[in-house]
Design a binder for this molecule. Structure first.
Ligand code: F6P
Length: 326
């Protein structure tokens, strides 16, 4: 049985819908199990500069439906330095925090891993990112809501694309991963997705679009994952404009609106399950693992696996998009 009497909780990196649901579940599950909770504001930055407050169950009332994170978030350069991490460790000791729950994406878990190794300190990670790019979990908190936001936007763009018979390149987030673009394309009925995991030659792309236009379609929508590899929607549109001046091409970059909004039912349930599982993990004396979900079962994924491996794209999805968009 664990000796943890008090945990700290923080959110770090890009926010994701469902982070509040996770904060609520971690807090309530900890208190239910007799563990004190300290909320740490602004991620690792708040830990270093001492923005820490005790959380009771009321602190997390009325937040499950809210997007963003009540704990605020930041990307913290100082935590990447040994001096910054030393100050962070001193703060944890000063506040009597015996273990940390860190909610965030790749950068957050990378920081957690380094710190945990350096100070032999127990940290449980929750995958909170719209990018869905963490290995060892089928989905991450925020991904489903972001997908729903994307399809809502694409549906609207399609109206004007159809009226004007235009070819739209719509850029979605994902950092270096194509999950949002590929599944967003399937769910919105787009003609194609350009993702970094799959290299699309410009001729192939143009041919695909041209065929679509010539056959039966009076508009085309292509989702492009932001990434240096794809060149983003602007880069792809430029290439197509140069080679196929007959197309009336437009670009839409969805940007940060993909990170906002009330979390979907799926994200609220996922975040709540993972939040409760984080405390179970602490009670079981687990350390330095990310809570994941695989085939609807909670799993513990060592940080080293979650952040070091590239999460593969399911090739079935590529085929599904190809077939369904003819
Ligand atoms: O990792 C989440 C994410 O939204 C990425 O999809 C995107 O590349 C990045 O964060 C944007 O970060 P920022 O909010 O710092 O512009």
């Amino acid at each position: 049985m664990s000796n943890v009497k008090c945990i700290g909780i923080l959110t770090s990196g890009g926010d994701a819908p469902g982070m509040n649901a996770a904060i609520r579940a971690v807090t309530r599950s900890a208190i239910y199990n007799g563990i004190k909770v300290k909320g740490i504001y602004r991620g690792y930055k708040g830990l270093i500069i001492d923005e820490i407050e005790e959380f009771k169950t009321q602190n997390v009332s009325n937040i499950i439906q809210r997007g963003g994170t009540i704990l605020k978030t930041a990307r913290c350069a100082e935590f990447r330095t040994p001096e910054g991490r030393k100050t962070a460790y001193d703060r944890l000791v000063q506040h009597g925090i015996d273990a940390l729950v860190a909610i965030g994406g790749d950068g957050t878990l990378t920081g957690a891993r380094v710190f945990a190794q350096e100070y032999n300190y127990p940290i449980i990670g929750l995958p909170g990112t719209i990018d869905n790019d963490l290995f060892g979990t089928d989905v991450t908190i925020g991904y489903d809501t972001a997908l729903n936001t994307i399809i809502e936007c694409v549906d609207k763009i399609r109206d004007t694309a159809t009226s004007h018979e235009r070819l739209f390149f719509i850029e979605v987030m994902g950092r270096d991963a194509g999950f949002l673009a590929l599944n967003g394309a399937i769910a919105s009925g787009a003609e194609a997705a350009i993702i970094p995991e799959m290299s699309v030659e410009k001729d192939q792309l143009a041919e695909m679009i041209e065929n679509g236009f010539r056959k039966s379609k009076n508009s085309s929508i292509v989702l492009v994952a932001e990434s240096e590899v794809t060149g983003g929607a602007m880069g792809v549109a430029e290439r197509v404009k140069n080679q196929y001046p007959q197309f009336d091409v437009r670009v839409s970059i969805l940007g940060h609106l993909q990170r906002g909004g009330s979390p979907s039912a799926q994200d609220r349930i996922l975040a709540t399950r993972m939040g409760v599982a984080a405390i179970d993990a602490i009670l079981e004396d687990q350390r330095n693992v990310m809570i994941g979900i695989q085939n609807d079962n909670i799993v513990y994924v060592p940080f080293s696996k979650a952040i070091k491996n590239d999460k593969p794209i399911n090739p079935d999805l590529l085929n599904t998009l190809r077939i369904s968009s003819i």
